[in-house]
Design a protein around this ligand. Structure first.
Ligand code: PLP
Length: 408
């Protein structure tokens, strides 16, 4: 029998979570589906209102009509349906104040996960280094490796409200550094990087002639009036930034698999040129639905109100558990809990899984700085009472763990 693994590229060979590895990472299919089949509940997928039906009426009408019309049997252009690109350009221009040309600055991707790695592909090759704040989205550590490069984690800390500290970036700069990759607002911490800190980071990027990939999947919901700054709007950044966005989180349409990248014409020229080879094309039916979803921003407003209230309830409950500390979420749909007084990330997540029958994410999956934390997707379920019930079940397990350790 051939050892096919020896033929697989070094940087793909030890990827985990395939057929022969049992890992608890929540977004690797089997673990989740088996747990759900056994009656477990998933609060580990950053998917608003999962598992309840939550398709907005206007989007449903568009989908039904598009199926009736029958055109959906056909491809969209690989760079994205023209009307969807126009809609995206309008939304992004309004948000950022930058005039976005739908035919030069926007590409539609099948979800932003593919957009993220595609943004990096033209820039990262063997040996290149990518500075990645830690904790952050797990893909940010794997993507550079899949391209033959290396993620260099830059620590963030709870005490600094997870804001980037430029000295930590400087320490890790090398002659192989090509890129800074941020998730902004950050997942798992929910932190919005503040203008001042972004300005300092962007000066560093310009000075060292780096590229920035800014994953803004969670940009739709920023709470407490915190200012959200798109780094591409800062001096010298437009021509060196790829901004990656999604309709999965704020608008809550992850099942449609639509994301997009915004960038300067020169970068976009390359992304357009290789689109058919790498992305194929996005789903025609989903593209039509995405136009409706983006044009009618009442979905965003409705979700915002609901999720803003939800994060307060989550904070009140989780922050009152002995031995647990958490800051109120600044954005999005998550709670990020320091449970280090109760055990390791894995131990605490396993115990919640066993005793509350709920899957949450061990913080260790988000980089070394995530150890001692867990991530809970607080936006699960449409009804407040359903969410509350689960918060209380998780809380009871954590209180029990605290009592076992004599923490009161
Ligand atoms: C920070 C972040 N970026 C990107 C994605 C990818 O989302 P999608 O591919 O659904 O757009 C996710 C999904 O969880 C995420 O958390």
């Amino acid at each position: 029998m051939i050892d096919i693994k020896t033929k697989i590229n070094d940087h793909f060979r030890d990827v985990q979570g395939g057929l022969f590895e049992s890992i608890s990472k929540a977004d690797v299919g089997e673990v989740v589906s088996n747990f759900a089949l056994q009656g477990g509940e998933i609060m580990a997928w950053a998917d608003p209102f999962y598992p309840d039906p939550s398709l907005p009426r206007s989007v449903k009408d568009t989908l039904m009509k598009a199926i009736e019309d029958g055109y959906v049997a056909h491809y969209t252009p690989p760079i994205g349906m023209p009307k969807l690109r126009e809609t995206i350009a309008r939304v992004v221009s309004k948000r950022t104040g930058i005039p976005i040309n739908p035919n030069r600055n926007v590409i539609v991707t099948p979800g932003s996960d593919s957009g993220l790695i595609y943004s990096m592909m033209p820039f990262i090759s063997a040996g290149d280094e990518v500075l990645v704040p830690s904790p952050s989205y797990p893909s940010n550590f794997l993507n550079p490796r899949l391209l033959g490069g290396k993620a260099v984690p830059v620590p963030l800390s709870f005490e600094d409200n997870y804001q980037p500290n430029i000295e930590e970036f400087k320490k890790r700069l090398s002659d192989r550094t090509k890129m800074v990759l941020i998730t902004h607002p950050n997942n798992p911490t929910t932190t919005v990087f503040r203008r001042k800190n972004l300005e300092i980071l962007c000066e560093f990027i310009v000075k060292n002639d780096l590229i920035l990939v800014s994953d803004q999947a969670f940009e739709d919901h920023i709470f407490d009036g915190i200012e959200f700054v798109s780094p591409c709007t800062l001096p010298g950044m437009w021509e060196r930034t790829l901004t990656v966005c999604s309709i999965s989180k704020g608008i809550g349409l992850s099942g449609l698999r639509i994301g997009y990248i915004i960038s300067d014409d020169q970068i976009m020229d390359t992304l357009y040129g290789a689109a058919v080879n790498v992305l194929g094309a996005s789903c025609t039916l989903s593209s039509l639905a995405a136009i409706t979803a983006l044009e009618d921003d009442s979905h965003l407003a409705r979700n915002f109100e609901k999720l803003e209230a939800r994060r307060r309830v989550a904070h009140r409950i989780f922050n009152s558990i002995p031995g647990v500390r958490t800051a109120i979420s600044e954005s999005g749909i998550l709670s990020w809990l320091d449970v280090s007084a109760l055990g390791t990330s894995e131990e605490v997540a396993d115990r919640i899984k066993r005793d509350a029958k709920i899957l949450v994410n061990p913080g260790s999956q988000y980089g070394a700085q995530g150890e001692g934390f867990i991530r809970i997707v607080t936006a699960c379920f449409t009804e407040e009472s359903d969410a509350l019930l689960r918060f209380e079940r998780i809380s009871a397990v954590l209180e029990q763990m605290a009592a076992e350790r004599g923490i009161s």
